[in-house]
Ligand binder design. Structure first.
Ligand SMILES: Cc1cc2nc3c(=O)[nH]c(=O)nc-3n(C[C@H](O)[C@H](O)[C@H](O)COP(=O)(O)OP(=O)(O)OC[C@H]3O[C@@H](n4cnc5c(N)ncnc54)[C@H](O)[C@@H]3O)c2cc1C
Length: 478
């Protein structure tokens, strides 16, 4: 990739592609596109281009391809691994999808929704609800992240155990390829066995194979009954045992099972001082059952919890008596994520192991931090029903950020090692981006690397799509 300066000729060509309102080149105008939600990552760009139509995305990609400019697709910029931020500032162009943001179609008869890639996830959920449907992808960033970003990062969230990840919820994609050609894979079909499932290549590709401009999504009937309970347990081991029982006892109506180590609760209070935990136990579980017909979920939950309390697995249980109380339970789970961010730099992971290995992962990780990094604070919580634990570690108060970051790199490597020895993954959700490229690549078998490189080079021979993200620059043509 050649690093360009923005000459008047290039600027004028860019304006020709997206119009004057679709381009930002001043530091002030570009700032919000060059730093991510966490505040941890900052980058540079030659320009930020904001196409407002699919044709404009094509024009931008063709122009960049002709000039040999790197392209960084950007959604809501809530990704936490610098996938949409050029931290090496190599003179690429950020292409923000924010102006391509319409819900194109809601077809409640076929349970299908089509939308532009820049549509914010919450807007998609609202449009689905207006048609008595549910789009079940649900995550803390849903008010800002875009459906194209969700597709590109194969987002998960709190309802994965019932409905799956973005990969399971996408029926079709529309993608502008690295040469500017448009591939449309919308068909509305639930079953289609004609050869390779091309959309799956782009889902989770983190902007390295093309720019997603449209998505076709699966909808589900909207739940009319929801029951939520906040539970106290003695250990992560007990919580996983409970999950197994709940899975069988809930008639497959469980939609969320979140585990929170009690050490995380203080952080939720940084966001709202009134947040109070309903239980006192070392481990908290937030469990939700939902149904799209008037099934007596309450009876199901009460019966199941009575047994779990009798056997001593659950030590405390509070059932939400209203929607407001359920919301207050969820505010604890959501608040702790934001609370951690408020503390500034910290080690942030999204590890995945087999569900039965969750207690061992947490145990080993906590021991590692206590023994090797005294003073650092372990925080364990996550979508435990999917074997996904966010094991985050906060630096001791007063430690200079520079030192904290250097030590944080060692801690992250240690946590990845622990997940690795359990046969786990260094990323259950957030992806590889630029911050994990080295660790990801080092852990791959040679055949796996060869396949990834072959796909990348076949689709993006110039290596212009999101250079430095997911694949090390040495493995691409740029
Ligand atoms: C508070 C909070 C909670 C979160 N909770 C979860 C969670 O529960 N589960 C989870 O999975 N993630 C979670 N995340 C991470 C993040 O929200 C998701 O990864 C989300 O899917 C990113 O979407 P985005 O639109 O912000 O993408 P961005 O951050 O803008 O981009 C992410 C990646 O996708 C690429 N990309 C973006 N748009 C496109 C496009 N149109 N075409 C091609 N490539 C594109 C970018 O180049 C980048 O590599 C959370 C983040 C925050 C801040």
């Amino acid at each position: 990739m050649t690093v360009h300066r923005l000459s008047p000729k290039i600027l004028s060509a860019m304006e020709g592609a997206v119009g004057q309102g679709g381009i930002a080149i001043d530091a002030g105008d570009m700032a919000k596109y060059l730093g991510d939600w966490s505040g941890d990552h900052h980058g540079g760009a030659l320009a930020v281009l904001k196409p407002a139509s699919v044709a404009e995305v094509q024009a931008v990609v063709r122009l960049c391809a002709a000039l040999g400019l790197g392209i960084i697709p950007q959604g809501g910029n809530t990704g936490l691994v610098a996938g949409a931020i050029d931290i090496e500032a190599r003179g690429a162009v950020v292409v923000s999808l924010e102006r391509l943001n319409a819900v194109r179609l809601v077809d409640a008869d076929n349970f299908v929704l089509q939308a532009d890639a820049g549509c914010v996830l919450q807007a998609i959920k609202n449009a689905s609800e207006a048609h008595d449907c549910l789009f079940p992808l649900a995550l803390g960033a849903q008010g800002s992240c875009q459906i194209g970003g969700n597709a590109a990062s194969n987002a998960g969230g709190i309802n994965v155990l019932r409905y799956g990840m973005a990969r399971d919820l996408i029926l079709g994609l529309e993608v502008v390829l690295p040469d500017g050609e448009l591939w449309s894979g919308f068909s509305g079909l639930r079953k289609d066995n004609r050869g390779y499932d091309l959309k799956q290549l782009f889902i989770g590709s983190e902007g390295t194979l093309g720019i997603i401009t449209g998505v076709e999504l699966k909808l589900f009937p909207k739940p009319v009954r929801v029951e939520t309970a906040y539970l106290g347990l003695a250990s992560f081991e007990a919580a996983i045992a409970l999950f197994r029982q709940a899975r069988r006892a809930s008639a497959d109506l469980m939609s969320a099972f979140e585990i929170i180590g009690s050490e995380c609760i203080e952080l939720a209070r940084l966001i709202d001082a009134d947040i109070a935990s309903p239980v006192e136990a070392p481990v908290h579980v937030l469990i939700e059952l939902s149904a799209s017909a008037p099934v007596d979920l309450r009876a199901l939950l009460v019966d199941f919890l009575a047994g779990a309390m009798e056997s001593g697995l659950v030590t405390e249980a509070v059932l939400a008596e209203s929607g407001a109380q359920a919301k207050a339970f969820w505010a604890i789970r959501e608040g702790l994520v934001e609370g951690q961010a408020k503390r500034g730099y910290h080690v942030r992971t999204d590890l995945a192991v087999r569900i039965s290995d969750v207690p061992t992962l947490v145990d080993q990780a906590r021991r590692f931090v206590t023994l090797d990094h005294p003073g650092w604070l372990s925080q364990a919580y996550g979508h435990a029903g999917d074997g996904n634990i966010h094991f985050n570690v906060l630096p001791p108060a007063g430690l200079a950020e520079r030192e904290a970051r250097a030590r944080g790199t060692d801690i992250t490597a240690g946590l990845y090692r622990i997940a690795g020895t359990l046969g786990g993954s260094i990323s259950a959700e957030h992806g590889i981006g630029r911050t994990r490229t080295r660790a990801f690549w080092a852990g791959l078998a040679p055949t796996h690397r060869r396949l990834i490189t072959a796909l990348k080079n076949a689709l993006d021979p110039q290596g212009l799509m999101n250079p430095g993200c997911l694949l090390p620059l040495t493995e691409t043509s740029s």
